[in-house]
Design a protein around this ligand. Structure first.
Ligand SMILES: *Cc1c(COP(=O)(O)O)cnc(C)c1O
Length: 423
């Protein structure tokens, strides 16, 4: 079969898959600007596309609550936004009951606040080790290195497989009476591997440690059950599969049982009891509010709410089902079209342990990605030789996957032709 026939067949197959997709109508909720050069967006795991309604909602926010109600809006609604939107995220995507999730600072800052709160409580009980893994997202590693230096703690590193991630066996082997805190990503940013959330949580807690999960690559893509698993703490960003926009504020989860006992290190005025009395000395507010430091980033929560409306309409289980179908399709196309060109799959093949993206590896991917970007085909490149095909389930069609993967194949072929035969 000619390359032309293969392409036509694949596009016909994708058209059938799109027609049968129960979430297909929701794709129109995402903005496709007129005149865009976008052909295939494969980076929804890094920056989600905007919901079209976000633009109107930002405009009416400026005219109404901000421009018209002005300072009155703090009392009328804004002070409750961090916990109200947090509850929504908890219910829609985290399996978390109300009063345990809030939206606030960046993921990095929340990671610091929660990790410090956890180790401070645990050091008092003679526990001085933080368990983490070598393949966690850089900010997680750096923040924990900083806390260890600040508090004189020991980092207990797990060597994670870059093509998979941290396993329950590895965690069991290192946790013990010294464990203060263990921090892992639920979906590995590199490979897309899904860690055993329930099993690892139980193992850390049985050892007397606290567990903190980073859900940045999970939230809005892979369902989790925080309350059921007994998770202690968690954080996650909102600009990936939650489509909150660049730099949108992150969320944090603190299990009810830790309210009033864990104390975070940034004692700001909004987290104080009776904040508006502006009294002397810091006295933490009850419940989750003590985890908030200063004035919440209200403006940046507007697009996030527009996106959560679409997620609510779809439901996380349907989102996950489509995500699995999309990544399975990516893997099949990679096997058929790209494996003969030397491309390897560096993500789990088993869908039950693979999140929303597929990582491919090959020499030349840095240059090949740069060429693809000029053509409106947008994966992302990660050293040493990986590209991630991040197919956000709500905004990506099967046809987009075919067109993008064909462009990737053609670009590899051109790269090799220009580069001469590989040695
Ligand atoms: C994207 C991501 C972050 C981002 O942290 P920021 O503070 O928003 O820069 C953190 N952790 C993981 C695992 C991520 O994937």
């Amino acid at each position: 079969m000619s390359s032309h026939d293969i392409a036509a067949d694949l596009r016909a197959e994708a058209a059938d898959l799109d027609a049968a997709d129960p979430l297909r109508s929701l794709r129109d909720r995402y903005l496709t600007p007129e005149g865009t050069d976008l052909v295939a967006y494969f980076d929804g795991n890094s920056l989600g596309r905007p919901v079209a309604a976000a633009a109107e909602q930002l405009q009416s926010f400026v005219a109404g609550p901000w421009g018209d109600r002005l300072i009155r809006s703090w009392d009328e609604q804004w002070l409750d936004w961090p916990t109200r939107i947090g509850d929504r995220i908890g219910e829609l995507v985290l399996g978390a009951g109300p009063g345990q999730t809030f939206v606030g600072d960046s993921t990095t800052v929340l990671l610091y606040k929660l990790s410090r709160a956890a180790v401070d409580a645990q050091v008092a009980r003679g526990r001085d080790e933080i368990v983490l893994d070598t393949d966690n997202f850089p900010t997680d590693r750096y923040v924990l290195e900083g806390i260890a230096a600040e508090r004189g703690l020991t980092l207990r590193w797990i060597e994670a497989d870059e093509r998979a991630g941290v396993t329950l066996e590895q965690v069991r082997a290192v946790v013990g009476p010294k464990t203060a805190l263990a921090v892992f990503s639920h979906v590995a940013y590199r490979s897309g591997f899904i860690a055993d959330g329930a099993g690892i949580t139980a193992a850390v807690r049985e050892a007397g440690g606290l567990v903190l999960w980073d859900l940045s690559h999970t939230g809005g893509s892979v369902p989790v059950q925080f309350d059921e698993w007994g998770v202690d703490l968690a954080v996650g960003c909102t600009y990936k599969y939650l489509n909150g926009g660049p730099g949108a504020p992150a969320w944090a989860y603190v299990a009810q049982r830790h309210h009033g006992t864990l104390r975070q290190p940034i004692w700001g005025w909004i987290g104080r009891r009776d904040a508006f009395q502006m009294g002397p000395g810091y006295d933490p507010a009850d419940g989750l509010r003590s985890f908030i430091s200063g004035t919440p980033p209200i403006l940046a929560m507007v697009p996030l709410q527009a996106s959560l409306d679409v997620i609510a309409e779809a439901g996380i289980e349907a989102i996950r089902a489509k995500s699995v179908a999309l990544t399975e399709f990516v893997i099949r196309l990679a096997d058929d079209l790209l494996a003969p060109l030397g491309v390897e799959i560096a993500s789990p093949r088993d869908s039950s342990i693979r999140g929303g993206h597929v990582t491919l590896r090959r020499n030349g991917f840095r240059e090949i990605t740069a060429t693809l970007w000029t053509q409106g085909v947008i994966p992302d490149y990660r050293d040493p030789d990986g590209i991630r095909i991040g197919v956000a389930p709500l905004s990506t069609s099967f046809d987009e996957v075919v067109v993008g993967m064909l462009a990737l194949r053609d670009t590899i072929v051109e790269f090799d032709a220009a580069d001469g035969p590989r040695s």
